[in-house]
Design a binder for this molecule. Sequence first.
Ligand code: UGA
Length: 456
Amino acid sequence: GRHVAARISVIGTGYLGATHAACMAELGYEVLGMDVDAEKIAALASGRVPFYEPGLEELLAKHVADGRLRFTTSYSEVAEFHADVHFICVNTPQRRGEYAADLRYVDAVIDGLAPHLDQPTVIAGKSTVPAGTAARLTERVAELAPAGTAVELAWNPEFLREGYAIGDTLRPDRLVLGVASPGARTASDAGNSSRAEAVLREVYKPLTDAGVPLIVTDLATAELVKVAANAFLSTKISFINAMAEVCEAAGGDVMKLAEALAHDARIGGKFLVPGLGFGGGCLPKDIRAFMARAGELGVDQALAFLKEVDEINMRRRVRLVDLAREQCDGSFLGKRVAVWGAAFKPDSDDVRDSPALNVAASILLQGAQVTVYDPKANDNAAKLFPTLAYAESALAAARGAHVILHLTEWLEFREVDPREVGEVVSRRHIVDGRNALSAERWHEAGWTYRALGRPV
Ligand code: UGA
């Protein structure tokens, strides 16, 4: 018969889970969000989002108010809710000192949830996991759940970007659905294995009706699509950053080069912006975990190039520090450096593996006085790097600086008036780590403007 999905649980309410929960409520479902972090749950339950994501707080508050979206810290409450689908949205960080992903949170969700499941239901993993994880978890669920194999596991990777999380969730480029028996639509086709696909197709019907493609695969392929996408995006960024290195050596301009490449539709201009490179909680750890998994599978050679992608990316940070030091007459000792940006990218307050903070901390260690300003990420940055100084505005950070480093391309920095900033600095030197400022405007106001991959 027809599976009507009406109740959805979302386990793990960080960037991914909180967004997913609010968007599922927006689609009309009754949603229960669960997290072990009581403080986070208290905030969400009162309609507050404990991190910065454009538009999310409004959406969340709306559905907390209309009662469609509720939160809990208890697995038994999740079980009593009798969700048609339980989405797993916990993070899978890099293991300390290793490339591999740390799956302890995903494992803990299965161990916490499955023993309560005494009715047929679906668990859909959204977390980014190494290929083979879903198959392993399927066995664990069958062991732990009182309903046994009537609890089905599917993998439904998430491709949202921070800063665009709501749009990416409600209007994604595609949906990927990994199930144990793809294409098996009826119980007689393949034992129990049709339920997960049918229920999830139903959940996403509002999106597929609007034209979003849905690709159904086996479990391993679904897991791989996600890391393959992030590997490709990382490679594209490191490719253009490698060209920046060559441009610097040859006296070329990587911005012009990228512009010319972008006209080739096969290449395209997206994710081809040269600069300080990628950071955040996803791309860096995902390519490392992908390499680690390839090694376990005996195909490490297939992904050896990702090591190079990672190294090109990390070299950009070193190069930026070198460029900054040059602008400080060869030494940071006794110099004042202003850092504009702390988040790993604009429109986010996320400072995980932030290239900007990495550069700021390294310059601090080399003897400069470093003052950081980020429109949204100052507080998160201060928790990670309490020894850096923080200012309340771009102008305040620039006061007395020998050089300004533009490291996260918030719109606000593009709108700064170079003349006004020129009045408060010690010296008019700026290094644009994101190739996002207008060199012309800064030159006109009497500044020395330097950028990665561009001639002096
Ligand atoms: C990334 C992917 O884009 C998402 O599709 C994926 O779902 C997500 O990881 C994830 O795995 O959860 P996100 O980390 O939010 O999303 O940020 P991106 O917009 O991809 O930016 C990543 C980094 O690359 C940033 O540090 C950004 O500054 C840098 N970048 C991006 C460049 O240096 N150059 C570019 O041209 C584009």
